[in-house]
Unconditional design. Structure first.
Length: 187
């Protein structure tokens, strides 16, 4: 049974979201608990180093908090919201995602530079930012830059979430292949 105060709170929350009166500090704290600065790797044989570096910002919330995701999306002016696990009928949660690297560097990074997280997410954010800086300078296209990114990712204590081992990511075959990559030669 809904209590009258629940209706008032819900209406107030919608009004706050509609007017975008949610503070930036609130958003930062919200990300501290529910956000993710993600750096991952995907095998891509068509790339010189055979790996694609994936950088994404995620913020998830249950169905009752979708309005917060919408307000944050509007505040940042980028990203999109989708069902978190659409294939699972029991999961009704939503996720706000920013994948576009330009949006990450021009919207996400400046926001969290100004309103940094306070938990372990602060380390995650600075690692994420460092990875994006390496990518911006195109250093990730050479073995040494790619290796820096792998080292950064594996320095965070999230090894259980990693799909590939550090060794898998850094193994490129023969020493001749590594020499060619270091010299920037086509393989």
């Amino acid at each position: 049974m809904k209590m009258p105060s629940d209706n008032v709170r819900h209406a107030d929350n919608q009004q706050v979201t509609r007017d975008r009166r949610i503070s930036d500090e609130y958003f930062s704290g919200f990300v501290d608990g529910e956000g993710c600065f993600y750096v991952g790797f995907s095998k891509r044989n068509d790339l010189p180093l055979k790996w694609q570096i994936i950088t994404e910002f995620h913020l998830s919330q249950n169905i009752g908090g979708k309005n917060i995701l919408e307000a944050f999306c509007a505040r940042l002016g980028c990203g999109y919201i989708k069902p978190n696990h659409p294939e699972n009928p029991k999961d009704k949660s939503w996720v706000f995602i920013v994948k576009n690297r330009n949006d990450l560097t021009k919207n996400i990074i400046p926001f969290f530079d100004r309103y940094p997280p306070h938990s372990q997410k602060k380390c995650d954010f600075f690692a994420f930012k460092h990875v994006l800086e390496i990518i911006e300078r195109c250093e990730h296209l050479k073995f040494e830059g790619f290796k820096k990114i792998v080292e950064i990712v594996f320095s965070l204590n999230k090894t259980s979430a990693k799909r590939y081992s550090k060794e898998e990511l850094l193994f490129l075959g023969t020493s001749e292949t590594i020499r060619q990559i270091r010299l920037g030669e086509k393989i």
